[in-house]
Design a protein around this ligand. Sequence first.
Ligand code: HEC
Ligand code: HEC
Length: 262
Amino acid sequence: MKQNLKNARRSPWSAIAVILAGLILTGSGFVAATASTSAASDSPYTASQVDQGHKLFLSNCASCHGKNAEGTANAPSLYGVGAASVLFQVETGRMPGAISGPQLEVKPVQFKQSDIDAMAAWVASLAPGPSAPTAAYLAQKGDASRGGQIFRINCAMCHNAVGAGGALTGGKYAPALTHTSAAHIYEAMITGPQNMPVFSNSDLTLTDKTDIITYLQAVQTNPSIGGFDLGNLGPVVEGLFMWIFMLGGLVLLTMWLGAKSN
Ligand code: HEC
Ligand code: HEC
């Protein structure tokens, strides 16, 4: 008996069997581990939401994005864009898209919230992607003045220093952020709609994003300190205002004086 075992161990087949068993064990262990983590991160949605979302997608979005959201000549693939992108696009009325100019426009929202959530659930089920913001982002408990600094460095060149919006090249524009909700600010940063860059968590950390959201919400609720704010557009507009009205007034005055003396 002892002799048999020894022989069996020495045989080349037993080595192969041991290696195979090891590979199968680590492989299935890995699959189990990753499956359980991905199931945990997808958990906010139920299977029936995913189903309903697929049906809604087929009748409202597939004509442009393809039956499986694989993308067509008219619209990009939605693999990996995540729930965050769907929530942002549909809740701001940008989607379903209607191409009428250089930039897809904000329109009245066309779906009820439960339908939007269902479509987000289906798109999120296709491939991992950014999910909806957690309550910590929406609480606006960050540092507003630090958020203002980060905003001026990363966002003001397109959106203006107080988020009043601005023109870009080719007839495109960065919209005013004076009415944008905290969730949509987060979703815009993490998904980068149209000409806006994506700000991943390595570009702007979680704290940076919370601070920016706190800053923008503070600007929205801050009452004007009085006087003419001229749209809060800054020194160029203020200079232009002086130039046109003050200098213009002086010119008119001299013309009037000249006309009077004749
Ligand atoms: C008329 C065509 C059209 C229809 C219909 C349409 N889309 Fe789109 N969609 C587009 C185009 C074009 C873009 C790309 C915009 C860009 O980035 O320039 C887009 C972009 C998107 C994005 C952003 C993808 C990203 O990269 O983050 C999402 C999400 C999206 N669509 C979801 C939807 C959903 C959900 C529906 C249905 C309710 C829908 N779309 C219907 C044309 C369409
Ligand atoms: C290169 C220019 C550019 C930069 C930089 C930029 N954005 Fe944008 N942003 C845009 C454009 C263009 C849009 C409109 C996209 C669309 O309509 O799909 C936009 C849209 C948005 C929206 C959606 C507004 C709405 O009314 O729905 C938010 C919020 C936003 N940006 C926040 C930010 C923040 C915060 C930063 C800095 C971290 C930033 N953006 C940096 C160009 C920019």
